[in-house]
Design a protein around this ligand. Structure first.
Ligand code: SF4
Length: 801
């Protein structure tokens, strides 16, 4: 138990060393409210984390109808009882006194409380008006990576077949769109090939732009425990900051932001040049090797060194480790996904595993990570730029099959173009073709790039904005209707984590006031809109989480993410989470995909025919059939291209934004957990001591980080990272400032996205948060540098996410 320890500082807890190939030992972590002992807990209710994508299984402690703590589940395959700081303290946000308890509608410019009928009548009434006057394309939905599977699926059905709009996406677009796209490019299908258990077997672990120590603390605990055991794995770290991961790594490559493709091309060049490839695997399971080899032939370590500003020797050393590993596990996250050429770079990591035959065996894991707890569910259910069940919008048979499942006509499901991505949804709203935007569980007024633009879009008179959330977020303050939602612990549903593990999260307590489960809100809307199938029956016939799950099972049947062997009851009876696909043939789930060749890339099965890695243009079926008739993995080469916005004399440094260990998202929940808030209460900026001196700045100065689009004011922290870069954590907005949803009039703000650029990866459409030009100027000198309490990891130094 971790009772009594301050886990905001002791981030990973005590070591439980273990040896390769042996199970990760259990460790029971728990935290209860002050004054509550274990004997005082009346019920323990099973759940999983809602504050990151690791999927840590936990039980919620309930007493007197309130949540009073959590404990990790030692039998679970994901965390074996461990919890991170956000899990241990974050639940307190549920009981925060400023939870929304009644719907709000805007009257005379002000949000006023009302009853549910009034609010929902406004939402349904406006929807009907717009459908009549402008058609389905006038309505857009922007959801999150934090609801339950049953809720996404219901939203996808009502948006796509009920309204008939193609404008449905999630904030997962900012977070894991590149993970999904990279997997589709290489394997024809989304879905993590590997398993977290690969950490237990790997002899080399490579982390590409993934500060696992802060973003997935429990998975990093697993790595630390391997490092403390016999025959520890060797680590390769790619990150411009000297993170905790970098400190443990045998090789740390700190490339210039925006140059990941050059670095990866050089690594592939070395591995191919030294013939460290698995020829038999390549021939049996892939297409495109000759093109890849030709493309990387000129990409020598010396060539890459000139672009990435990393020594050729370091690249060679990394290639040696990656090329000679017997069991290589790689992870990828935002340092790749939110950077220039995001998908092209992520695909090169897939290529690395494919040419080395490092898939489908224990320790040969490839984890294109997620950031949010149910990001995987948005993708499976079609609430994030895909059709449900990983169906291919370009494949008429897939659309017809979905139409059969929903009992609608194929033409009732929009598929004339790819589902609209979030950045385009906001552009349509800006231009006026989208007139209603329904935002669930996310806060674009802080999390999207170039915030003054986003605020002005949301504030437009002609745009009807509906926000469904727990608190009066910055976005909710700009809404026309605000719907109070229930959250984790207050409703039942399923969460699937980054390694395909499905957990059931059960209702433990009642939501506050009149707040309602997101599923109930969607069902209420569907009933008011009276959506019908082609025979006149109700389009949405389910009525609770269990029946919604059953409907999803029918939709997933026979598809790669097949849930037919799962049910709420089966998950209730299981000791531990279960990985999809879970079917009659694989009743205990599936640890690894592609154990027996590449199974989902067949032209008739695949979720996508792929895209051009430079332009993002979709490949047509004829082209894909001729490239990959037998449905093998596709090795796609990518040429390095310079970032769109580079430094200049006026903006001499590069701004990268990212996450800190104590917060999640825009602090909507973590900012309301006292321990987490106290650990990281305000925004800061980080630079290397050399770069700070070069700019005439020193530790503790109040500085302004400005870009051509906006500015942030923050205290400077000097820390080990590459020169020429400034880092700002992106969690901070304005809800806890006098202004409420914006910076003070005419002044710099505290949200990192005031200055980030409206630009996105052409393939995944993920916005770029890590490669814009900036300048850092002095606002006020601090005479004495601040004394700050450091965690055992100096974890409050933030992360690259
Ligand atoms: S903090 Fe980073 S990884 Fe997590 S949800 Fe946000 S963007 Fe995704």
């Amino acid at each position: 138990m971790t009772e009594g320890r301050d886990r905001t500082k002791d981030i990973w807890g005590a070591r439980t060393p273990y040896d390769p190939g042996t199970p990760w030992p259990a460790r029971a972590d728990a935290h209860l409210a002050p004054g509550v002992a274990e004997d005082d807990v009346e019920r323990w209710v099973p759940s999983a984390s809602l504050l990151h994508s690791n999927g840590d299984a936990m039980d919620i402690a309930v007493r007197d109808g309130r949540i009073v703590g959590v404990r990790g589940r030692t039998e679970d395959r994901v965390n074996r009882g461990r919890l991170g700081p956000k899990d241990l303290y974050g639940w307190q946000a549920n009981g925060s006194p400023d939870r929304l308890t009644r719907p709000l509608v805007r009257r005379d410019g002000h949000l006023e409380e009302c009853d549910w009928d009034t609010a929902m009548d406004q939402v349904a009434g406006r929807s009907r008006e717009l459908l009549e006057q402008r058609g389905p394309g006038a309505i857009g939905f922007y959801t999150t990576g934090q609801l339950f599977l049953e809720e996404y699926y219901t939203l996808a059905v009502l948006a796509r077949a009920g309204i008939g709009t193609n404008h449905l996406d999630g904030n997962t677009r900012l977070c894991t769109a590149t993970a999904a796209e990279a997997l589709k490019e290489s394997f024809g299908c989304d879905g993590q090939p590997g398993s977290y258990e690969d950490i237990d077997h790997a002899d080399v672990i490579a982390l590409f732009g993934h500060n696992m120590a802060e973003t997935q603390t429990v998975l990093w605990t697993r790595v630390l425990d391997r490092l403390a055991g016999a025959r520890p794995p060797r680590l390769v770290c790619v990150d411009p900051r000297y993170t905790l991961v970098a400190q443990q790594a045998e090789v740390h490559l700190a490339p210039r932001p925006g140059t990941n493709v050059a670095l990866l091309d050089a690594l592939l060049h070395e591995i191919i040049r030294r013939d460290l490839i698995d020829q038999e695997y390549i021939e049996t399971h892939t297409v495109g090797f000759d093109d890849l080899a030709a493309a990387v032939a000129p990409c020598t370590p010396r060539w890459a060194a000139g672009i990435c500003d990393v020594t050729p020797a370091a690249i060679e050393r990394a290639a040696e480790l990656l090329g000679t590993a017997e069991r290589l596990t790689s992870t990828v996250l935002q340092g790749v996904y939110q950077s220039h050429q995001a998908t092209a770079a992520a695909v090169q990591v897939n290529n690395l595993h494919l040419i080395r035959g490092m898939l489908g065996r224990p320790g040969c894991g490839l984890l294109q990570m997620n950031g949010q707890p149910s990001a995987q569910n948005t993708r499976e259910c079609g609430a994030d730029g895909d059709l449900p069940g990983f169906r291919n919008w370009q494949n008429d048979d897939h659309v017809a099959d979905l139409a059969r499942v929903w009992n609608v006509r194929p033409q009732d499901i929009p598929h004339h173009a790819p589902p609209t991505h979030a950045m385009q949804i906001f552009r349509y709203a800006e231009q006026g073709s989208i007139r209603m935007l329904w935002i669930t569980g996310t806060n674009p007024a802080v999390s999207l790039p170039e915030l003054s633009r986003i605020r002005s879009i949301l504030a437009q008179e002609r745009l009807f904005v509906v926000v469904q959330d727990l608190f009066l977020t910055e976005t909710a303050q700009l809404a026309d209707v605000v719907l109070p939602a229930a959250t984790w612990g207050e409703k039942t549903g399923v969460l699937t984590n980054a390694d395909r593990t499905v957990h059931l999260s059960e209702k433990a307590v009642e939501p506050p006031g009149e707040a309602r489960a997101d599923l109930d809100i969607f069902l209420d809307y569907a009933a008011r809109m009276d959506f019908r199938d082609k025979d006149g029956g109700p389009l949405i016939s389910w009525h609770d989480p269990e029946s919604a799950f059953a409907a999803w099972q029918r939709c997933s049947a026979g598809r790669p993410c097949d849930y037919t062997g799962l049910s709420h009851d089966r998950l209730r009876r299981a000791d531990s989470g279960i990985q999809w696909p879970c079917t009659e043939e694989a009743p205990d789930g599936t640890a690894r995909l592609y154990t027996d060749g590449i199974t989902f890339a067949d032209p008739d099965t695949c979720e996508s025919y792929g895209k051009d890695l430079v332009t993002g243009a979709s490949t047509e079926v004829v082209e894909y059939r001729s490239l990959n008739p037998d449905g093998k993995a596709v090795l796609r080469a990518a040429e390095y291209l310079p970032p769109h916005e580079d430094t200049s004399p006026e903006y001499p440094v590069q701004l990268i934004t990212g996450r800190t260990v104590h917060h999640f998202h825009t602090r909507t929940k973590t900012g309301r957990a006292p321990e987490l808030n106290a650990a990281a209460p305000d925004v800061w900026a980080e630079m290397s001591p050399t770069e700070a001196a070069h700019q005439g700045l020193s530790d503790g100065d109040l500085v302004q980080v400005g870009t051509p689009r906006g500015a942030v004011r923050a205290r400077l922290r000097t820390t080990a990272m590459r020169d020429g870069v400034v880092f700002v954590p992106f969690h901070y907005g304005y809800w806890d400032t006098p202004e409420g949803h914006r910076p003070p009039e005419g002044s710099a703000g505290r949200a990192a996205n005031e200055g980030t650029i409206t630009d996105w990866d052409p393939v995944s459409k993920q916005p770029l948060f890590k490669t814009c030009a900036a300048r850092v100027t002095l606002v006020a000198r601090r005479a004495t540098p601040p004394v700050r309490e450091r965690t055992d990891a100096d974890a409050d130094a933030g992360s690259r996410s």
